[in-house]
Design a protein around this ligand. Structure first.
Ligand code: CO8
Length: 373
């Protein structure tokens, strides 16, 4: 068994950002028009009137102030309210591959590695754009990496599950180094006409290099002390889009073919599970929670993160202990905790212990304990 490190991280952030105010203006313009167009049906009680969304509510309920997106104009157009991402020919690089490569190049550069040093690519994300060929194999080809690649989806926990998979391959000697990339275009499957959830997601891509410790040369190394995963079935976060939709004509355009959730239930059920899993994981590794310098948590909701760290530490955490990126990125699914890791790691001293943790649909929860080298 080899010791394993994360030797580099990378981030791709889309150029465009949408503020809560811009998003709400678009939603409210659509809602107003909907109520005018359907006044008679609403009057008869056949349709529910649309209620206005509010920027103040969004920030208070979630901590989100803005989000980066791959196509701002399409999302904000009240006639459209979804990104416009034109199809590309099979000979062009796919948009997911393009984002993944941008993040991967930065991770490779920070790790001081080239494609020749990597033996496998895992694309781990919620929102894969096609069933096959695997996006990972396209990324592999784009970067000139030998070996193998595959895609995996464990919703918001895809990155931590991907890191454990990469860790196992490197520890067992199946690969010298594995590139794990998380390209997320969450806005592609967000219902921007649903007041309860239209503000939740943004787009981004992250990458990490998981490498054999004895081969790593980067100044940004973190030893992977341990990984722990948990899944428990729940319908509270669900998307019924899938390959069998066309075999069942009824409901093909229904709202459940996009992201839907029972946000309150998710909040209530997931927070204690995450705190328990991280607590158990630290105990199994004989680490006192008070010795953990940083928690890079999944970035879905600020109050959720406050609650989880408070359960663990028995006190409020400082922003240095649990960094926040959801204020400007919103929820980017699997990329979220890795964005926090990427942006808030360089100040940690040698030997500092930290936890990278994801949680989301499934339910799925991941904990990765890291030590700065
Ligand atoms: N503007 C104004 N008021 C609103 C709005 C709005 N936009 N939305 C709701 N309200 C109102 C409601 O009508 C309600 O009013 P009333 O009390 O009069 O009935 C009131 O505000 C409270 O509504 P909620 O109970 O829904 O509000 P919450 O306080 O629960 O906040 C949140 C909503 C922010 C969604 C919160 O519940 C939350 O963040 N929960 C956790 C969610 C979470 O972590 N989910 C994980 C999802 S990610 C994942 O795992 C899947 C990844 C797949 C990626 C897919 C990409 C598309």
């Amino acid at each position: 068994m080899h010791n394993v490190v994360i030797s580099g991280t990378g981030l791709y952030t889309p150029a465009d950002s949408i503020s809560n105010e811009e998003l709400v203006a678009s939603f409210n313009a659509w809602a107003h028009q909907f109520n005018v167009d359907n006044a008679a049906a609403i009057e008869r009680g056949e349709l529910a009137a649309q209620t206005e969304s509010s920027a103040a509510f969004i920030e208070k309920a979630s901590g989100i102030k803005s989000r980066f997106v791959m196509d701002k104009a399409g999302i904000l157009d009240p006639e459209r309210m979804k990104p416009r991402l034109p199809e590309r020919s099979n000979d062009e690089q796919s948009i997911l591959c393009q984002m993944a490569v941008a993040a991967a190049e930065q991770a490779l550069q920070r790790a001081g590695k080239t494609a020749a040093d990597i033996d496998a690519v895992i694309v781990a994300c919620s929102n894969l754009q096609r069933p096959y060929p695997a996006v990972a194999i396209e990324v592999q080809q784009a970067l000139g990496i030998q070996g193998f690649g595959f895609d995996m989806n464990v919703a918001c926990s895809s990155a931590t599950f991907g890191i454990q998979t990469a860790f196992n391959a490197v520890a067992l000697g199946q690969a010298r180094a594995v590139l794990v990339v998380d390209p997320e275009i969450c806005t592609g499957h967000l219902n921007f006409r649903d007041r309860d959830s239209h503000f939740i997601f943004g787009d981004a891509a992250t990458a990490v290099i998981v490498e054999r410790a004895d081969l790593a040369t980067s100044p940004y190394q973190f030893e992977i002390v341990g990984t722990k995963l948990l899944t428990q079935f729940s319908n509270n976060i669900r998307n019924n889009f899938g390959f069998l939709n066309r075999a069942a004509e009824e409901g093909i355009d229904a709202a459940d073919k996009l992201f839907v959730q029972e946000g309150r239930k998710v909040f209530r059920e997931v927070c204690p599970m995450v705190a328990q899993l991280i607590g158990e994981h630290l105990t199994e590794n004989r680490i006192d929670v008070a010795d953990v310098k940083r928690f890079w948590l999944h970035q879905a909701n600020l109050s959720m993160n406050h609650l989880i760290v408070k359960k663990l530490l028995g006190r409020e955490a400082s922003v240095e202990e649990a960094p926040v990126i959801l204020d400007t990125y919103a929820n980017t699914s699997s990329a979220g905790s890795v964005i926090a890791f990427h942006k808030y790691q360089d100040d940690l001293g040698r030997g500092a212990l930290a936890v990278l943790s994801s949680f989301g649909a499934g339910y799925s929860i991941g904990s990765v304990i890291l030590r700065k080298l």
